[in-house]
Design a binder for this molecule. Sequence first.
Ligand code: NAG
Ligand code: NAG
Length: 206
Amino acid sequence: MHLSTLLLSTLPLALSHPNHAPFEPSPPPTETTTPSLSLEFTSDTAFTTALLNSTNTFRRAHNAPAVVYNTTLSAFAASYLDTTNPACAFRHSGGPYGENIALGCADARGCVELWGEERGAYDFGAPGFADGTGHFTQLVWKATTDVGCARRWCGDTRGWFLVCEYWPRGNVLGLFGEQVQAAESGVGRREGVWWLGLLVWLVVWF
Ligand SMILES: *[C@@H]1O[C@H](CO)[C@@H](O)[C@H](O)[C@H]1NC(C)=O
Ligand SMILES: *[C@@H]1O[C@H](CO)[C@@H](O)[C@H](O)[C@H]1NC(C)=O
């Protein structure tokens, strides 16, 4: 995992989000992977397959129907990264879709798993948007049917910038109880997810 610049962000709908910059991560531990070599980032087919498989694995576990890959969404994400934000500023597009972003993951599946494993911190008994679980709730939001993602190489220090768009968008305030379901017993509550908190700089703008 590429840890030096790992940043994640997601947005709730109907909350204002101040336009502040995410804090800078601390210096990295030893790197074990070179992100630029990840097939999941360099091959379009591997990228799409990894994202869909990983996304739908989490959705299946939380009783949400599988999403399909939508090129309107992926084209929007690509346009944002390559045209609107080519300098890789870590911020959201402000577009009409649900959006999870991450910077510095080693591969596409790894990004989705970091988002999904936030479920270990989600309180299904008190549904709602919370810092640190917003990627997960968007990922498994039942009413979302389509996903589309793009990535941009932001240099050796920062790694890959991944942007995923979701439609219809999730994280709609007031609907978390019906839209985010607990996993079947035995799934979704893994011991040891808390170590992620030590490794991941998590930024949720709200
Ligand atoms: C599909 O995604 C899940 C979750 O990320 C992962 O555990 C599994 O190995 C993936 N399967 C394939 C064939 O890549
Ligand atoms: C893809 O997403 C767009 C934007 O939300 C939507 O208008 C379109 O119907 C979707 N395409 C398909 C084939 O569902």
